[in-house]
Ligand binder design. Structure first.
Ligand SMILES: *Cc1c(COP(=O)(O)O)cnc(C)c1O
Length: 224
């Protein structure tokens, strides 16, 4: 199937559910992104800063770029002028740097807290206690040039559907707990970024508001 056909199939499934589709174009050439763009897609996600900058410079300026991969503090300055949403905030230190660079660019940058839900050894993401600790930190409350708009999670890479469902359920429950405790009056805090090519249907059933889909749109990557 073509990129345009893949896109329209997924959009048909998710748009009426009010779920935002982030097309994850990492490792794919700019020409593939342009094909998706011409088919109407405007929101793309990358996981590597260098690759993101190159694509940003080459491609139409009305694309909304999201960063979904781990972000090192020393690279924030390169994306701060244009990034729409950073899905992968996993420390207060990183958030302080994003705030600093956002201020330099006279912007407020939207961020998601990446929360660790998988039953896997991964290096990235906050556990529930760490996320709460971050939100309680007085230093966090002084940051005026970032806005936390929700949470992001990656489920375990497994065929066990029940397990994936349980992880997404946990993230949804945690999101609502944070909403009650820290963001009750903040309408911007409303996003749950969960679901990839293999599990976005389960994620939507568990309350996802944003799915990050790569290979189902662009074809398999050599990184897998
Ligand atoms: C690569 C990636 C995706 C998309 O993965 P697919 O399985 O190709 O849909 C989603 N989220 C993150 C964080 C990724 O790194």
């Amino acid at each position: 199937m073509s990129i345009a056909a893949n896109l329209s199939a997924i959009k048909g499934e998710v748009e009426r559910l009010n779920v935002k589709l982030i097309a994850i174009s990492k490792t794919k050439p700019a020409s593939d992104i342009l094909t998706a763009y011409e088919a109407g897609q405007r929101v793309f996600g990358e996981n590597n800063v260098q690759e993101l900058i190159e694509k940003y410079e080459e491609l139409p300026k009305d694309i909304e770029w999201h960063l979904v991969g781990h972000l090192q503090s020393n690279k924030v300055k390169y994306i701060a002028p244009f990034i729409s949403l950073i899905h992968s905030v996993d420390s207060l230190k990183l958030l302080v740097e994003i705030n600093k660079q956002a201020l330099k660019n006279n912007r407020v940058i939207d961020c998601l807290l990446q929360v660790y839900i998988a039953d896997e050894d991964t290096k990235y993401g906050l556990d529930f206690a760490e996320a709460i600790e971050l939100l309680r930190d007085p230093e966090f409350q002084e940051l005026k040039n970032i806005r936390i708009v929700g949470v992001m999670g990656i489920a375990t890479n497994t065929d066990n559907q029940k397990m994936i469902e349980d992880e997404f359920y946990e993230l949804n429950t945690f999101f609502h707990g944070l909403k009650q405790s820290f963001f009750r009056k903040d309408e911007a805090f409303k996003e749950i970024s969960m679901g990839m090519s293999g599990d976005y249907k389960l994620a939507i059933d568990q309350g996802s508001t944003m799915i990050r889909v790569g290979s189902t749109i662009f074809g398999t990557r050599s990184d897998k």
